[in-house]
Design a protein around this ligand. Structure first.
Ligand code: KDO
Length: 340
């Protein structure tokens, strides 16, 4: 009988080769769920109740149906995996596969994208979809892919940004916001917008806004109405001023490395899932946005409409007079305006 301790190294190699072969055979005969799946890690600062958070479940379910057992979609909300704005860098390092990237995040690396962070440029959600699903989007997303190594899969309407104040104030024109500490997300494009609106822009991460409003370290924040509801900012504020200063969007994006690892069939399934997720977000958000003024009034908030001409003029001239607009490619603003 052979002493197990004295097996030759050749025999050991043969045994481990046989074991590896058996494992491969087993893997091919096992149901797909037991095999290793392609992990898709998603990170978003969105709160679970917001449409651009819920849409990730639509994405996951869509993929589970079209490619059963092929993907392991991991949804991380509330900035629990990466902090807001850190997602593109995490994707570049290979630590994250998917996220929703904002125009401001893109503009940090692709300066011409900052045109979409400027107040009163995009007119409405339908124009926004046409811009990004048309020739302008195709050109800009090519540059984004080259410079950021990520691919935009679909465009989500985040909503139209409005001002939301802790205390009621008579806001007719940007001058009435003088001295107001307006929280903005923490990058230069956002801060420029806050200042252009007439306020004192203060950077703060999304996850800290509720407490900032509650404690009074900030006087106001800006976000689309569905987010004001989902993140419960209405609980700690008394007024909404309908400035409609930014028709905001987010792009579902995947790292090129993750995309390239997929088969052509998997790529098209992923693309379809991202389209379905964005469509779910867009439809529900638009519907809810149209109903929310009534909701906030019932919650006791004052909802007012300022002198929109004054806001348009002041904000637009702030951009024209700044060096800022010089980073926008010649003719891009005119091309955007021509999209109907
Ligand atoms: C925000 O921080 O106000 C903002 O609305 C900015 C967006 O670009 C996006 O990051 C969004 O937060 C988050 O998805 C949370 O809703």
């Amino acid at each position: 009988m052979q002493n197990p301790q004295s097996v030759s190294s050749g025999a050991l190699r043969r045994r481990s080769l046989m074991a590896a072969g058996a494992a491969t055979l087993l893997a091919h005969s096992l149901p797909a769920t037991a095999q290793s799946k392609i992990v898709l890690r998603i990170s978003s600062p969105a709160v679970p109740d917001d449409w651009h958070a819920k849409m990730w479940t639509v994405f996951k379910e869509h993929l589970d149906k079209s490619a059963p057992g092929e993907f392991d979609v991991q949804i991380n909300l509330n900035a629990s995996l990466f902090k807001q704005g850190a997602e593109p860098a995490a994707m570049a390092r290979g630590n994250l596969e998917l996220t929703t990237v904002s125009a401001a995040d893109i503009a940090k690396i692709v300066p011409e994208f900052s045109i979409f962070t400027a107040g009163y440029v995009v007119r409405d959600p339908s124009q926004q979809q046409k811009i990004f699903n048309g020739a302008i989007g195709a050109e800009l997303f090519r540059t984004v892919s080259e410079k950021m190594d990520i691919s935009a899969l679909s465009t989500c309407y985040l909503g139209t940004r409005q001002l939301n104040l802790r205390e009621v104030r008579n806001v007719r024109t940007p001058a009435d916001l003088k001295g107001i500490k307006l929280r903005m997300p923490g990058s230069k494009d956002w801060l420029f917008l806050g200042e252009a609106l007439g306020a004192t822009a203060t950077p703060l991460a999304f996850g800290e806004v509720y407490m900032g409003l509650k404690s009074g370290t900030i006087d106001a924040q800006d976000n689309p109405l569905p987010t004001v509801k989902a993140a419960k900012f209405y609980e700690v504020t008394k007024q909404i001023v309908l400035t409609s200063h930014l028709v905001d969007g987010l792009f579902i994006a995947i790292s090129n490395k993750a995309m390239q690892a997929l088969s052509p069939a998997q790529r098209s399934k992923l693309q379809a899932a991202a389209q379905a997720a964005a469509a779910y977000n867009n439809e529900n958000r638009l519907k809810e946005e149209a109903q929310l003024v009534e909701f906030f009034k019932k919650e006791g908030l004052q909802v007012s409409t300022p002198d929109l001409d004054a806001f348009h003029k002041t904000v637009q001239s702030a951009y024209q007079n700044a060096d800022y607009a010089k980073t926008w490619p010649a003719g891009l603003l005119e091309r955007i305006n021509a999209v109907r």
